[in-house]
Design a binder for this molecule. Structure first.
Ligand code: PLP
Length: 501
């Protein structure tokens, strides 16, 4: 499989080149050059595979310049070497008659980002061996909280690679912040940005687009790459778990092989939900994909009206990983839905950059509406959902998962559709323990408790175990204290790498 840019400026790019570059030179995102569709026989045979073998089967379709041994090694290192302690890395838990959650947070950082960021370093190292020219790769990452930690954990002490993470100073939970600022490793750097996630992401995108800076870095032996979901190497591993979820429903007797299911995804940068779209394109039977947002409901409006308008107030919510107004991966969907019209995509993205908005034509909008159902949850609705899902079904959902479940419930009331649904559960409730505990017990009951005391409290009250990696974070040494303004991010990188501009 070869790759090209959504904006038309690059084609015939190999998997390893796409992974190593992260973003296309014209600012577009890499997408597969052809459709990859499973035969009926392949789809059937994959039903009985373990997660590991399923991963190998799917990755083999896309990683054309990796040998079968490379792929097997990458998959084993990521999923079978203890990072995911459960036998099933992504278990499906039945919540109600037709709602099932796909738990994606049993990895080392307790959020779904691990599903991809445990294997991306494997892809990156191999890609650099295949098509690198001996430069040290610098992974530059803007994070709304979870990507940063998962990237740090995945790339910690990987030879030939450095990681620099920028996070919004006041835009992440205490638990997320502690996870990052206590990160160990000789090759990791963590910096707070005085701004929100969009500021950090825009800053990083600007640095990727700065050709002079790239030349300067190259002279010093460095090359930038990305661990954000703009990197195809992040998206690919996410396709696997949707198939795995589907086959799990078959095994549990909830559906027969070939039945359609709905997918509900709490969405931020549109990466996770896009992976479900790719799974569908490959042949997984899907009825509706439910796109759930929080108060930053730019995607809800877009899917309802065909106009993407980022000119609105950025809201800081209790589901911070979804506090995003510019959802990067939507670009890949637009490319696909318009039948590969890179001119149209480039013009939408140019308009987004200059005016903060663009509109797609009515045909595109109709196509989107036939497949996606969009809605959002307010802060209060999110809290109520955490409460009611726990009371009614005994399921403890984190704030992001609750947004997804709420919008799914709205969808059911609006349509009456009882199709079996797989809702992505994207973080452990303990990672967002303060908001979860407040939703369950009210603020008064928690007064005076620190986030770390709350971990124990939540565990005692619900009888659920605190994930190992979140325990004892407050006792760890703070190793990263740097702060910078969005406009100084490039300078900050120069200082870290010892490159003078
Ligand atoms: C990143 C994240 C999301 C949003 O995923 P996207 O791929 O950016 O849409 C949702 N929930 C949690 C917990 C996350 O970490």
């Amino acid at each position: 499989m070869l790759y090209k840019s959504t904006r038309g400026g690059a084609s015939n790019v190999t998997f390893s080149q796409a992974v190593k570059m992260g973003i296309a030179p014209d600012g577009g995102l890499f997408v597969p050059q052809e459709n990859c569709v499973l035969t009926a026989e392949e789809f059937q045979n994959m039903a009985s595979l373990s997660y590991k073998d399923l991963a190998i089967a799917i990755i083999s379709k896309y990683a054309g310049d990796f040998t079968p041994e490379d792929i097997e090694k990458a998959v084993c290192n990521a999923y079978c070497s203890g990072s995911f302690p459960l036998e099933d890395p992504a278990p499906v838990v039945s919540v109600s008659e037709s709602l099932n959650v796909l738990e994606l947070w049993h990895g080392p950082t307790s959020a779904f980002k691990d599903m991809a960021l445990q294997i991306l370093p494997e892809f990156m190292t191999k890609s650099n061996q295949i098509c690198g020219d001996g430069k040290e790769i610098v992974i530059l990452t803007a994070t709304s909280g979870d990507t940063g930690k998962a990237a740090l954990e995945g790339f910690q002490d990987v030879p030939g690679i450095r990681v620099i993470v920028f996070y919004p100073e006041d835009g992440v939970s205490q638990m997320q912040k502690y996870q990052m600022i206590t990160q160990e490793g000789k090759n990791v750097h963590v910096i707070a940005v005085n701004g929100n996630f969009d500021d950090a992401q825009t800053g990083v995108k600007g640095i990727f687009g700065d050709q002079d800076f790239a030349v300067l870095l190259a002279e010093k032996g460095y090359e930038l790459s990305s661990a954000n979901s703009i990197n195809w190497g992040r998206l690919l591993p996410q396709i696997i778990y949707y198939f795995h979820g589907y086959y799990s429903l078959v095994k549990q007797g909830k559906i027969n092989l070939g039945d359609k299911i709905n997918i509900a995804v709490p969405t931020g940068n549109f990466g996770n939900i896009l992976a479900s779209y790719y799974a569908m394109k490959m042949g997984m039977p899907v009825n509706r994909i439910i796109c759930a947002s929080n108060d930053n409901n730019v995607l809800t409006d877009f899917l309802h009206t065909g106009t993407y308008d980022a000119n609105r107030t950025f809201m800081t919510t209790i589901s911070p990983a979804m506090d995003i107004l510019v959802s990067s991966n939507l670009e890949r969907l637009l490319y696909d839905i318009t039948g590969g019209d890179s001119e149209a995509v480039a013009s939408y993205m140019a308009a987004l950059k200059t005016d903060g908005l663009y509109s797609v034509d009515s045909k595109t909008s109709d196509t989107l509406q036939n497949l996606f159902w969009a809605g959002y949850a307010t802060e209060q609705e999110t809290e109520e959902t955490i409460h009611h899902v726990y009371e009614d079904y005994g399921y403890l959902a984190d704030t992001h998962t609750a947004v997804g479940i709420h919008v799914y419930e709205k969808y059911v009331s609006a349509t009456g559709d009882q199709t079996q649904t797989l809702a992505a559960s994207t973080a452990s409730p303990f990672k967002f323990n303060k908001s979860v505990a407040e939703a369950l017990f009210g603020c008064e009951a928690l007064e005076g408790m620190t986030e770390f005391q709350l971990l124990d409290y939540l565990s005692e009250q619900t009888g659920q175990q605190i994930p190992e990696p979140l325990k004892g974070l407050d006792k760890k040494q703070v190793l990263h204290k740097g702060v910078c303004l969005p406009k100084d991010m490039e300078t900050c990188i120069s200082e870290i790498l010892g490159v003078t501009q």
